[in-house]
Design a protein around this ligand. Sequence first.
Ligand code: GLN
Length: 526
Amino acid sequence: MKYIIITGGVMSGLGKGITAASVGRILKNRGYRVTAVKIDPYLNIDAGTMNPAQHGEVFVLKDGGEVDLDLGNYERFLDIELTSPHNITTGKVYRTVIEKERRGDFLGETVQIIPHITDQIKACIQQAAEEEFPDGTKADACLVEVGGTVGDIESMPFLEAIRQMRGELPEHDYVLIHVTLIPEDTMGDLKTKPTQHSVKALRELGLHADIIVGRSERPIGAQTKRKISAFCDLPQAGVISAATVPDIYEVPMEMEKEGLADVLSTHLNLEKREADSSWYRLVTREYTNRVTIAIVSKYGIEDVYISIKEALKHAGRALSTEVKIAWLDAERFETCQLKDCDGVLIPGGFGKRGIEGKIEAIRFARENSVPFLGLCLGFQLCVVEYARNVLGIPDATSEEIGGGTHVIALLPEQEGLMELGGTMRLGDYPAEIRDGTLAMKLYGQKVITERHRHRYEVNPRCISRLEDAGLVFSARNKNRMECAELPSHPFFLATQFHPEFKSRPTNPAPPYLGFVEACRANKRTK
Ligand code: GLN
């Protein structure tokens, strides 16, 4: 197993996750099997209880793991499905070690950060790296991205574990890539000092950067590379320029041009193989159309909806259609803003804020034959809207929101739950699609499996009334509604699940494909 460690310097938010995923893609394009681990040094057990406005989207894995959004990047770039152990947090590591201590596993010992915590970290990394893919094979290489920046107190035990790994593994099974910022000064010169400082911080921890990926607005030239090479003890070929590109999926291509594949192969003693170029052809396909889609949400932060944004992009690429997103604030937008858009998307969410605006947007889309895609909360609200404005139940609402007629109610298994972390209906569940529906047209199969993250559902007592009034529940899991649609509308589809989590550039999610196509058709008829 080859371990590719990715650390970050200078500041967070440099695109370390995209860099890691791109390194993986470069190897995958050469026929290597790649897996990935993300280390998040916070104390939360998982990302499920964190505010997405602070940490970005909570990504959901097939096994129900609520994880850092970087796992979404890995899944999309590498076209794999990961599991919860691939996101290691301080919370998980300490919990395990403390449980072992209570069990008596360390009887007689003083339990310490080194070796007990660091051993546990190494065991977690190895366990995730060695996990079999569904076809029974194992990865050839594992990316290990350490969240945060070098020097953070919280990441110290992880960096120490990574340092120990270097000594314990065969020389060619380990490479450390350090991602840093190369800022520009007012004269337009690229500055290497922050990189020098962060490499110094790495050295103080006993770590050496084998490869430095320099993030900058424009490409780093030979002179800057020479300087970094001299100050940071690595050959010039090991300094990789990663300038900002219009689309993240082009990053592997850019790093490839910088010779990263060769440098990696040398470090890891891999044979130099020709790269399969189908990924590059796919992500650079020309757009011949453009649509504008309104996303009505309460967070103005795009990071919260990364998977949705990417799923729209995947569908758009497949249809040669560029998708522009108009981010509309659910509490403030005007209906006239929706008129300028070719489709309306209501994403998932929690709590009451912005609910009424979202319901208004759904009503507009339904009444004006504007293509509509509702996801999770968006699905629940389309049921509320239908109950209010078609069934004539003015106080129809969701139990999550407050008093009224609860057409959306708490899942029965959630009744009396004491803990909120990791207790929603999470991850993969099958749904059975009804023949002759839009969902069937899109998926083309009777049973699908999609990822979930919710506590509420369509109230089983309301289903027949809603259906009698014309809302079609086109997919179900037993008595649980999974999809809703309106046959009389050009494209009105909502899903209790999140198809965006399984969307890949190489394999767009069917509801998104159908939606973008409908938006394109709507634009043409306007
Ligand atoms: N808040 C809703 C629920 O818990 C929807 C969740 C979501 O959109 N992910 O059921």
